[in-house]
Design a protein around this ligand. Structure first.
Ligand code: PGA
Length: 252
């Protein structure tokens, strides 16, 4: 099996610093690069580290473009739990990226299929994703590509599993408020990225990370497809690496 580029960090904050260094290098190399961005708790330290670089005058986002992985269906961009709102609050408003250069799927598009097609066209028009940042769900999802019979191809509307809604309930008042559907880039879309950076932190991700990187390539574990990507880097903290250290000490 091909050796995965696996970078270990003592904690989530250091994992964020390492991830930010990788993305910063990509931006310095190609100032108008297209970044694929992610939401959730995992990328927050990475975004903080990017902001710090920007504030220190080391990183210019003026020409950078971004496409986010996913958005909840039914939430407007100004809803505090929408991913557009998250990105604006956590990252975009704190760096000099141009708002028109940031895309998040439109959760309230009247014609959702047209919206998915337009998203794919936008990615193509911008020359394809240079660097895709990913987190991983406890069920192995990437973006909102949930365990399924086949790997999804392109951007589409998906139903969220009960476990994902349960995991994301912490951000809403009640489980009933968690949307039942989302628009997500497909696994095929994600795999077209020239480089992929998977960040994974926390003990609760240790088992799924091991399964994804060392188990069967199986659409029931969507992240396992990443084993087939030629330029995958995984940055994980010691807690998330615990199962891999136990079962695959040779990986380091
Ligand atoms: P998390 O979510 O970073 O909040 O754990 C990751 C994901 O569900 O993809």
């Amino acid at each position: 099996m091909k050796k995965i580029q696996l970078l270990s960090a003592v904690n989530a904050s250091i994992a964020g610093n390492i991830g930010a260094d990788l993305l910063a290098a990509a931006i310095l190399e190609k100032p108008d690069c297209l970044l694929g961005l992610a939401t959730g708790s995992t990328p927050v330290p990475l975004y903080h580290a990017l902001i710090a670089k920007h504030q220190a005058g080391q990183l210019d986002f003026n020409q950078v473009r971004s496409v986010n992985l996913d958005e909840y269906v039914g939430l407007k961009g100004d809803h505090p739990q929408s991913y557009r709102y998250f990105m604006n609050e956590v990252l975009f408003s704190k760096i000099n990226i141009r708002q028109e250069n940031t895309k998040v799927p439109d959760g309230i598009a009247a014609d959702q299929n047209a919206c998915c097609e337009a998203y794919e066209s936008q990615i193509k028009a911008w020359g394809g994703i240079d660097y895709q940042l990913l987190g991983i769900g406890q069920n192995g999802h990437i973006g909102f590509n949930e365990p399924a019979a086949v790997f999804s191809r392109r951007t589409q509307v998906v139903a969220l599993t009960a476990s994902t809604r349960e995991a994301n309930k912490r951000f809403f008042d009640r489980l009933e408020d968690v949307p039942t559907h989302a628009i997500t880039m497909g696994i095929g879309t994600i795999m077209t990225a020239r480089k992929i950076l998977l960040v994974c932190t926390g003990e609760q991700k240790a088992e799924i990370l091991e399964k994804s990187l060392f188990g069967e390539i199986d659409p029931q574990v969507p992240a396992s497809v990443l084993q087939l990507h030629r330029r995958l880097t995984v940055v994980a903290d010691e807690a998330a690496l615990s199962t891999i250290r136990l079962k695959h000490p040779e990986a380091f």
